[in-house]
Design a protein. Structure first.
Length: 675
């Protein structure tokens, strides 16, 4: 089970509309027990052709789309079929082919999607003339590989030095990427990117465990570089111990291999790396030693080592002027929080720059550090910047200001004329038709593209279009874009209220907690199915559902009922209750267990230090080492806090939901394992 609203590999239950049906014919409601839709839903012959075209595209075969296109002229989803017919043949496409598509489908998402793909292909071909013709009309401009190809084009055709821009984009991509790697090679060949800058990039490849990408740049380095890079990646300990015996290599090239090997070893064994760094390799340049120390400390923090904060402090001592990446500073904050080292929290959070420095998470923790260090006025000002009733850190900041979480009045319902205006938008119509066919990824992309440039009132109206059709994922996600207020009926919708309420009561699970978890799991799409096979509102895996059904005595359970609303929430809430019992009622641990499996939080709960074993739920959650689970727990508990306020009409406390987290009692450790 997982936070599938963050995934692009979902299958959605059918809506009551076909691709060729006008929006106005869609019903405003659907049965409370919507059936599972593990397979796409075809309502007529046109739908079947569209699904066959999509399936062909997924396996790289354009023929079904090409054959269907002539039969689907005028169909609402014709542009998608045309895209599927073209895209797998991209390597054989010509500029004339692209121009014909642009003339037939102007002002559509599919045109800009194909424009993105075509620019990547033109960049691969190094066809800068056609690239220059197509690029100015590119609307999305959110693909860094296209941006890199454009910078390469500007360098090669206009002799513009784009090295600084390429380096920034190239370094920001974990894999480098075809476009950015190509631009970097062009600039390297011309001497615009130095060997020193290349070695720094190779270090990032090692930190991200992208060893093949690092090896691919060996031809741009002196002879013998390939073997040294390969040795550092494959057996770093042997290389490091050999140099520890013989001393730091005098050769600059071999010293680079040592640094790469130490970075690699820092991921595998941070404790040994720090010991070697502080005792055997003091002759390395301090900047290199600091980079290695920060990398080892970050690995230690991810492994929840009790020494991680100390290692970060040692890294700072090696070179006080060295500035690690923001992602490393974030783990420095987390490690310091586990040790309650508020001075280190303050130092690390102060070093964050740009957008990261303004993020509510680090603003909140910086404020906490200020308060703990005796600067209440500064802390209050920072808390006030973040405080809000609907976000995780906003709720924490609200309570830090001494207030409970109360909800402001809802925004008024959007005007019906505006809802009807948005319902007439072809992009929204196509998105809803795609949802009906369970073509989730295309639907979300089409919808989001159509949202561009809308005002607050228009966004709220677009959200209402989705709400009216019970496409809750688009309803909620669109409502979250509205600024200056919240329409609670949209942003925190409560469909299937009777079924969810009954399941919560039967399992003795807090109803708001259950709503908060379902909102994050499935956005209330009853027939949703993940790529790993999790089903329904509560995203149950078949084996887990069968196990729980047996435990609670659901004798009439059958696998084909797994996504039925009543069955799904009955089984899911029963499993959630088992997790709550397993973790002593902790909603933070139970939510983590629901997302990552119960075994992981059972280990994570021991992340406190020996002399301070118990942590606040907020510090525990901040240190969850799996990013998806960390964000999941935050969203679920913040959702639950809002739902509790909506359901009870009373002020709420996120802090009390988070509670305290510490080692488990022996009697809890001996209970039966959960799946």
């Amino acid at each position: 089970m997982g936070a599938l609203v963050q995934s692009l590999a979902l299958s959605l239950a059918p809506l009551a509309v076909t691709a060729g049906t006008a929006w106005a014919q869609m019903p405003a409601s659907a049965p409370d027990t919507m059936q599972t839709a593990s397979q796409p839903f075809a309502n007529d012959a046109a739908d079947q052709l569209i699904l066959q075209a999509s399936q062909g595209f997924q396996r790289g075969d354009p023929k079904p789309a090409q054959d269907a296109l002539s039969q689907l002229r005028g169909n609402l989803l014709e542009p998608w079929v045309a895209y599927w017919a073209t895209q797998p043949d991209l390597m054989r496409m010509t500029q004339a082919d692209f121009d014909r598509f642009a003339q037939r489908y102007p002002n559509t998402y599919l045109l800009d999607r194909l424009r993105n793909d075509w620019l990547l292909e033109l960049g691969r071909r190094q066809d800068w003339d056609d690239f220059a013709k197509v690029y100015p009309d590119f609307i999305m401009r959110d693909d860094p590989q296209v941006q890199c190809y454009d910078l390469q084009r500007q360098f090669e055709t206009r002799n513009r030095d784009t090295s600084a821009e390429v380096l920034k984009l190239w370094t920001g991509q974990k894999y480098g990427g075809a476009g950015c790697n190509s631009a970097a090679r062009s600039l390297l060949a011309a001497g615009k990117i130095s060997q020193h800058q290349l070695w720094l990039r190779l270090r990032r490849f090692f930190e991200d465990e992208q060893f093949k990408a690092a090896l691919s740049f060996a031809p741009n380095l002196p002879v013998g570089a390939w073997q040294g890079i390969d040795a550092a990646a494959r057996n770093p300990l042997r290389l490091v111990l050999n140099d520890a015996r013989q001393g730091v290599p005098r050769s600059g090239l071999h010293r680079q291999f040592l640094v790469l090997a130490l970075l690699r070893l820092g991921q595998q064994d941070p404790e040994q790396t720090m010991r070697l760094l502080l005792n055997s390799f003091t002759a390395l340049p301090i900047e290199d030693r600091a980079a290695i120390a920060y990398r080892a400390a970050r690995s230690g923090a991810l492994q929840l080592s009790p020494n991680a904060a100390m290692w970060f402090s040692q890294a700072r001592h090696i070179d006080p002027d060295y500035r690690p990446a923001d992602s490393t500073l974030e783990w420095m904050v987390r490690a310091a929080l586990r040790e309650h080292d508020w001075k280190l929290v303050e130092q690390a959070s102060r070093q964050l720059t740009g957008a990261d420095a303004q993020r509510p998470d680090w603003t909140y923790w910086h404020a906490m550090a200020q308060r703990e260090l005796g600067h209440p006025i500064e802390a209050q000002a920072l808390f006030a910047q973040v405080a809000s009733p609907w976000s995780y850190y906003g709720q924490l900041a609200t309570e830090a200001l001494g207030m409970k979480i109360s909800l402001p009045a809802s925004l008024p319902t959007p005007p019906q004329r505006e809802v009807l205006e948005q319902a007439r938008q072809p992009g929204f119509q196509r998105a809803l038709a795609l949802f009906q066919l369970n073509l989730y990824t295309p639907a979300v992309r089409e919808w989001n593209f159509t949202l561009r440039g809308l005002s607050n009132e228009q966004l709220q109206a677009a959200a209402q279009v989705a709400c009216n059709q019970q496409v809750w994922l688009l309803c909620i996600n669109t409502s979250e874009r509205v600024k200056g207020g919240v329409d609670w009926s949209q942003r925190y919708a409560m469909p299937y209220r009777d079924a969810i309420g009954a399941a919560a009561k039967s399992a003795n699970v807090n109803e708001a907690f259950l709503f908060g978890l379902i909102r994050q799991e499935s956005r209330f799409i009853a027939g949703i199915r993940s790529w790993v096979g999790a089903n329904g509102l509560m995203q149950l895996m078949p084996a887990t559902a069968r196990w729980v059904a047996n435990k609670i005595g659901m004798g009439d359970y059958a696998p084909d009922r797994i996504a039925h609303v009543n069955t799904n929430v009955t089984l899911g809430s029963a499993y959630l209750d088992m997790l709550l019992q397993r973790f002593g009622g902790s909603e933070a641990l139970a939510a983590a267990g629901y997302n990552a499996g119960p075994g992981r939080p059972a280990r994570w709960r021991n992340m406190g230090l020996p002399d301070q074993p118990d942590l606040s739920g907020a510090i525990f959650t901040e240190n969850i080492p799996i990013p998806e689970t960390r964000d999941y727990v935050k969203h679920v508990l913040a959702n639950a806090t809002v739902y509790a306020a909506l359901l009870t009409g009373q002020p709420q406390s996120l802090k009390s939901r988070l509670g305290q987290v510490g080692p488990q009692a022996q009697q809890q450790a001996d209970v039966e394992a959960l799946p």
